[in-house]
Structures are given as C-alpha cells and as structure tokens.
Design a protein around this ligand. Sequence first.
Ligand SMILES: NC(=O)c1ccc[n+]([C@@H]2O[C@H](COP(=O)([O-])OP(=O)(O)OC[C@H]3O[C@@H](n4cnc5c(N)ncnc54)[C@H](O)[C@@H]3O)[C@@H](O)[C@H]2O)c1
Length: 300
Amino acid sequence: MGNAKIAVVGAGLMGHGIAQVFALAGHDVTITDSFAQNLDTAKSRIAANLRDLGEDESAVENVRACGDLREAVRDADYVVEAVLEDLPLKQKLFAEIEHNVRPDTILASNTSVIPITAIMQGLTRRERALGTHWWNPPFLVPLVEVIETQWTSAEAVAWTMKLHQAAGKTPAHVKKDVPGFIGNRLQHALWREAISLVEQGICNAETVDSVVKASFGRRLPVLGPLENADLVGTDLTLAIHNTVLPAIESRPSPSPYLQKLVADKKLGFKSGEGFRKWSPDERAALRAKLMNHLKAMRDS
Ligand SMILES: NC(=O)c1ccc[n+]([C@@H]2O[C@H](COP(=O)([O-])OP(=O)(O)OC[C@H]3O[C@@H](n4cnc5c(N)ncnc54)[C@H](O)[C@@H]3O)[C@@H](O)[C@H]2O)c1
C-alpha cells in the first residue's frame, strides 16, 4: 500500500493514537478537533508516545493539525472519525464530511457501540462508509474490526483491510453490523458470567480474575476459543456444553448486582471501589502493569 492522505476527526484518547499509527506507517495525516486544547496538544502527545515506545519520533512530522474540519478532510483518501460517542453528533459530522470530500473517499467511524448503519444512513454514497473499531491504546492493541453495513462495497472493505494490515494492525472483517461487533460480544459474554459467579456467591471478584489469569488466560494469546475446541475435540466440547450451558448465565439484561454497584456509586477506579476496593497506589500499579504487559507483547 502506497502513501495515503488520511484525515482523523477527533484528537482525544483514540484519535491521536490512530493518527500516530498511520503517521508511523508513512501516511500523510491531518488531525482535527473542535476543542482547541485537544488539537494543540495532539502532536506533542503523539511525540511523547513515540518516545516512550522507542519508535521513530520524526514520524510526528507526518501529522498536520488543522482546526477547520472542511479543510482537514478536503484532500483525504480516507477519513476516520473518533469524536464523542454521540449519534446525532456523528451523523452531523459525516454529512459535513461527505460534502467536502471526493466521491470515492472512504469514510469510517470508530464508534464503540453505536450501529454503523445508524451513523451512515443519511449519506448520499453509503457504499464507501464503514466502521473501524480500534482498541485502546490504538498503538499497542493490534485489532481493528472493519465493519461493513448492508450498503458497504467490497472494494471499500478490501481497501480498508489492506490499509490497516500495512500499518501493522490486525484487521478483522465483521460482515454484519451487529451490536458489540465481534470482540465486545466475546468479552462481555465472559463478563456476564464473571459477574454472575460473584452474584451467586460462588466466589469473590478477586477469585474470578485470578482463575481467568491463571488458566485459559495464559493460553489465549496463542490459542483462540475455536482453536481450543478443535484441539480438545468438538465431541468433548459438545459433551461439556450439554452439562454447562444450562447452568451458566443467559439473562438478556444487565445483572442486578452490577446495577446496584452503579446505583451505590461504586464505579470502580473512578470512585475507589467497584467489584473491589482500589487505593490510588493499586490503581496506578495495575495501569502500569497493563501498559508494561502490552509493550512486552508488542516486542515478543
Ligand atoms: N476509549 C476507548 O477505549 C475507545 C475504544 C474504542 C472506540 N472508542 C470510541 O472512539 C470514539 C472517541 O473516543 P475517545 O475515548 O477518544 O474520546 P475522547 O473524549 O478522548 O475524544 C473525543 C474527542 O472528540 C472531540 N470532539 C467533540 N466534538 C467534536 C466535533 N464536533 N468535531 C471534532 N472533534 C470533536 C473532543 O474535543 C475530543 O477531543 C468514541 O466513539 C468511542 O466510543 C473508544
């Protein structure tokens, strides 16, 4: 893939990291934001990340900060939006973006949970619109889910998959615009059962996390669930499901236990207590441990 002109709309947590990945891959990146302070600090945040990661700091020179949305997207081959998770805002922005780009410019949203179909339905050329769901931090977690809608062209999907692959990401094609895409459906199926185990008094929160980290969590980086099912045998998997599936949590709404935590303002790190209590030192230590782990995974 050659050099492309990429516009990133939104210079927050995700937007500046996405811009960084494309800049490091050698593309010309323009980043824009309606909040001047976030735009003004975008390049210095990218430079600091590159320094911290031991990457080529000069890549930041491939990024141009631009306060005007229309100008930022005008020459783009590809526009990715990472503004607040707000449907009317995203719809309004894409309408304005579409007015100011070429007919073949590909348009992507980094929404976490809003249907891509809802964001893109008002566009004139819906065949060039899709979702790209990055994971935080964008420069350390490899996956980018590329979500097509009923209107997206095969060419737009293929080009976007290639763009991310060439930038060192692991793109995954999501063929239907379903809530949670792939990664969050899998992740939250696990979280639902984790909460249920605590709710039923089978173990405490610390034990749930310890069991995951000391067992199948160890294998997950090299053995996905369906590889694992094949490894042990589909017949054994069927026998386990016959016994276990009727017993595990299947309710279609959030757990009352979780709802009570939120009602009691036990919001996790931000309030100092959620499923467990967290001192400031414990919070900082877990954050640092996670970043060090992700960096080590990148280098391995
Ligand atoms: N944080 C995550 O872990 C994560 C992961 C995957 C996807 N996402 C999604 O990515 C998107 C951005 O999330 P974030 O965590 O970077 O949020 P953030 O709050 O850090 O950044 C959002 C940015 O959008 C800017 N903005 C708001 N209105 C704008 C406008 N009209 N024009 C231009 N810029 C505008 C804000 O000033 C801010 O800089 C959301 O849709 C979110 O759901 C987040």
